[in-house]
Design a protein. Structure first.
Ligand code: PLP
Length: 220
């Protein structure tokens, strides 16, 4: 077997984590009918507290988090979603998965994040949402984006896949936009191997997210 420990992005896993994983496997509860076992439910609660959001809904990866968030907002064919031209491909891919069209806006060279002025230039009557990616842990200019969204009746989705724990104006990312998405892929700041989380302060969006996650079933 190659020596994977010599690679970059080697996950840091402690004895504690190995013991907890063994405990889950030994318990036999790998899931429940509510689609998340006790550990996932606890992780959701603690993650929501960590980012300062009311709800956290766990999914299988960050791409699914973005897809679920857009579906929960009602994004679909005929809609346009503005995304930064410089990001990981999944940001635009999730828009395409809903049948909507990704529209690329330029980035601000100071932050490498989406430029609110170029977002304004890309708005059309079909624009339904903006995805702000907090790239390399640097938060996007959420104040300007939320002002623009309010002015035009749009949603702001945070792609925080690379920004767990980052702060903007004294608040953690994941609690600022209408809905936010995290990844727990092996090379991210926090990992579960594969995993994702959607956070929101909106009860209705949270309810729809849980339905999207669980084949349309309520209360899951
Ligand atoms: C990693 C990443 C994703 C996708 O997350 P996966 O868990 O790999 O599906 C989405 N957006 C950004 C900015 C990412 O870095």
């Amino acid at each position: 077997m190659p020596n994977y420990r010599a690679y970059i992005n080697v996950p840091c896993l402690s004895e504690d984590e190995l013991e907890e994983v063994a405990r889950v496997l030994e318990s036999g509860v790998l899931t429940t009918k509510d689609s998340s076992g006790p550990y996932v439910t606890r992780f959701e609660r603690e993650f929501a507290n960590f980012v300062g959001a009311k709800h956290a809904v766990a999914v299988c990866n960050g791409t699914a988090a973005l897809h679920a968030a857009l579906l929960a907002l009602g994004v679909g064919p005929g809609d346009e979603v503005i995304v930064p031209s410089f990001t990981f491909v999944a940001t635009a891919e999730a828009v395409a998965l809903t049948g909507a069209t990704p529209v690329f806006a330029d980035i601000d060279l100071g932050t490498y994040c989406i430029d609110p002025e170029d977002v304004r230039a890309k708005l059309t009557p079909r624009t339904k949402a903006i995805i702000a990616v907090h790239l390399y842990g640097l938060p996007a200019d959420m104040g300007a984006l939320l002002d623009l969204a309010e002015e035009r009746g749009l949603y702001v989705v945070e792609d925080a896949a690379q920004a767990h724990g980052a702060e903007y104006a004294g608040r953690k990312v994941g609690s600022i936009g209408h809905v936010a998405c995290f990844s727990f892929y092996g090379s991210k700041i926090v990992t579960t191997g594969e995993g994702g989380m959607v956070t929101t302060n909106d009860d209705e969006i949270a309810e729809r997210l849980r339905m999207v996650r669980n084949h349309g079933e309520r209360g899951a």
